[in-house]
Ligand binder design. Structure first.
Ligand code: NDP
Length: 258
């Protein structure tokens, strides 16, 4: 057994939702480094194209594709997955990464905002996962990695919809496992701690919050998108062929201390 046979992704097609920037972009780059042909996704077509062009320069034109679609829209998802399978090839790896945050005390959360956060962080994984799994089941193989959060397990004030969605995503990972594992599909999740991206820039800039996070994290620092690359490549590779329904916390130890 070689490292290549364990972790190499040798031209397998990997779709990473929400990969025009932030964590998704770093995960797509790591999967490409491991040998995958990656499909980038996002809403903003210009940002997506500029990321695609960077990937093409780094990995080669034939190793990257881009698909701008809204992961919360059932029809767009169905059309995009069918088109990608025809245009790029069978999707062997799906990383459900697209997500949004909305910081408001629960008593002030408008129903539309609650719904939007649930849609982007949870329903999207069902919609894209269902569409891709229908094809993976026919092929008897596939890897799905859902990007959860420490908020899959913990709560804190002002992020109620996100906490509910990420908790749901943890259990959706188990539901997918219960139904799809026998078809050769491994569904797992990675739960990042506090990672410095655009989504959290305002928290990094908030001195009090910043020092609270560093103090609350045994590793005594913010995470980086690169910290998530190893676990996601592992869960996308043959090296995790008997790992099913697990949530791997990549949080500098935050969830194991009080
Ligand atoms: P960013 O805000 O930096 O990036 C979000 C990405 O999702 C963008 O590419 C955005 O595309 C895309 N996106 C948003 N809505 C949609 C949609 N409806 N359809 C398609 N794409 C969409 O987020 P992060 O990189 O910080 O977070 C990525 C994931 O990691 C999320 O699921 C988040 O919850 C999770 N996470 C993040 C943590 C952190 O500390 N940052 C901690 C724990 C979990 P566009 O550029 O077009 O807007």
């Amino acid at each position: 057994m070689t490292l290549e046979s364990l972790f190499g992704l040798d031209d397998r097609v990997a779709l990473v939702t929400g990969s025009s920037r932030g964590i998704g972009r770093e995960l797509a780059a790591a999967l490409a480094e491991a040998g995958a042909t990656v499909v980038l996704n996002g809403l903003d077509a210009d940002r997506l194209e500029s990321t695609r062009a960077e990937f093409a320069a780094r990995f080669g034109e034939d190793r990257v594709a881009a698909a701008a679609f809204d992961v919360t829209d059932e029809e767009q998802v169905a059309r995009a997955v069918a088109d990608l399978e025809a245009r790029v090839g069978p999707i062997a790896v799906l990383v459900n990464n697209a997500g949004i945050q909305h910081r408001v005390p629960l008593v002030d959360v408008a129903l539309a905002d609650w719904q939007r956060v649930l849609d982007v962080n949870l329903t999207s994984a069902f919609l894209v996962g269902r569409e891709v799994a229908r094809r993976m089941i026919g092929r008897g193989t596939g890897k799905i990695v859902n990007i959860c959060s420490v908020q899959s397990d913990l709560a804190r004030p002002t992020i109620g919809p996100y906490t509910a969605a990420k908790g749901g995503l943890r259990n959706l990972t188990r539901a997918m496992t219960a139904e799809w594992a026998a078809h050769g599909i491994q569904v797992n999740a990675v739960a990042p701690g506090y990672i410095h991206t655009e989504m959290t820039q305002n928290l990094v800039d908030d001195e009090a919050f910043n020092s609270w996070i560093v103090g609350r994290t045994p590793a005594a620092r913010w995470g980086t998108p690169a910290d998530l690359a190893g676990p996601v490549v592992w869960l996308s590779s043959r090296g995790s062929d008997f790992v099913n329904g697990q949530v791997v916390f990549v949080d500098g130890g935050m969830t194991v201390v009080v």
